[in-house]
Each structure stands twice: as structure tokens, then as C-alpha cells.
Design a protein around this ligand. Structure first.
Ligand code: ZN
Length: 179
């Protein structure tokens, strides 16, 4: 077993012990992940936990990994539990999740219903359908021949046709940031 794998295993074991002591008595390391990874810790229903013990922090990749595993597991929450330098106590490590996940967690805690999925505009398309523009490349005056489209309008996906772009409009982040 490699050293980094050993480190990872030790961190997972520490998180499991911590969770059990914290009342999650079913928590255990997920040893067989199968074809689709579903996180490192099993036994906390509805939650996927990806444990990280790395010198270098790569939060964006880690959070994306946790969310993919959440989808694989059909869980409601996917988080990264990452070791903090200088302490072996997982209670003092950090747990990171996306804002979407945090809001879902808060809704659950406060007993709020999940709002209906909002139809979000992801791009604009010319009426002929030939031109598709991501939100960064909407023509300044879209006019009547450009109509907003949501992901429902793009069952096969779509790429921005701007010559310098080509971004997948279903993956681009809200607010027009580059993904
Ligand atoms: Zn574009």
C-alpha cells in the first residue's frame, strides 16, 4: 500500500471513529466501492463523505468528486471532510460543500420544503436554431430572433457557437464564470 493511500486510510478510520462517538453508530469505511465510487464512509444515510488527507488542497476538484459520488449513491448530500494540518482530531478538521448543498442542508434542518426546480436560462438560441450562445456571448441586443432556452430545451446539450468559445452551456456556471 502506498504511503498516500495509508494516509488516506488513516484519515478515513479517524473520521469513522469520530462519527461513531458522535452518535452515528453505523458509520464505517466503505471498502468495496464497485464500479462507481460512492464516497469513503458508509452508514450515514443520505450522505456521501469523501475524506481527504493531502498536503495540497484542491477544493474544487474534491467538491466535484463528492457531488459525483452523491449522484452515484443517489444521496441528498455530498461533502468533503479534509484533514487539517497539526491535528488528528476530525472534529477540528474542515467539512466543505457547495452553496447548493449547504442550502439543502439548511432546508432540511429547518423543515423547509424543496422549492420547485427553477427553470434557469442557460443560453440564447436563434429562431432557426443554428446559433446558440452561452450567457457570456449573448448578442448585446438579443431581439426577437433570439430566444432564451433552459436545459429542458437542450436534451442533447449544446455548445456556444461563438468563434472564441465553444463552452458547453449546460456545464457553464451561473453568473457566466468560466467553468
Ligand atoms: Zn460562449
Amino acid at each position: 500500500m502506498s504511503r498516500s493511500k495509508n494516509k488516506g486510510t488513516a484519515a478515513e478510520t479517524a473520521v469513522v471513529r469520530f462519527l461513531r462517538a458522535a452518535g452515528f453508530t453505523q458509520a464505517e469505511r466503505r471498502t468495496l466501492s464497485g464500479a462507481q465510487d460512492r464516497g469513503d464512509i458508509a452508514g450515514v444515510p443520505g450522505v456521501v463523505i469523501e475524506v481527504k488527507n493531502c498536503a495540497r488542497q484542491e477544493l474544487p476538484a474534491w467538491v466535484a468528486e463528492a457531488e459525483l459520488e452523491r449522484d452515484n449513491d443517489r444521496a441528498s448530500l455530498g461533502v468533503v471532510w479534509h484533514k487539517r494540518r497539526g491535528t488528528t482530531d476530525p472534529g477540528r478538521w474542515f467539512v466543505t460543500m457547495s452553496g447548493d448543498q449547504f442550502a439543502a442542508l439548511l432546508r432540511e434542518q429547518q423543515g423547509l420544503p424543496t422549492p420547485a426546480v427553477e427553470e434557469r436560462i442557460v443560453a440564447y438560441r436563434s429562431l432557426g436554431g443554428r446559433i446558440l450562445r452561452c450567457l457570456n456571448h449573448v448578442p448585446p441586443e438579443p431581439g426577437d430572433d433570439f430566444v432564451p432556452v433552459t436545459s429542458d430545451d437542450l436534451p442533447d446539450g449544446g455548445l456556444c457557437t461563438h468563434p472564441q468559445c465553444g463552452v458547453d452551456v449546460l456545464i457553464q456556471r451561473q453568473g457566466g464564470e468560466a467553468a
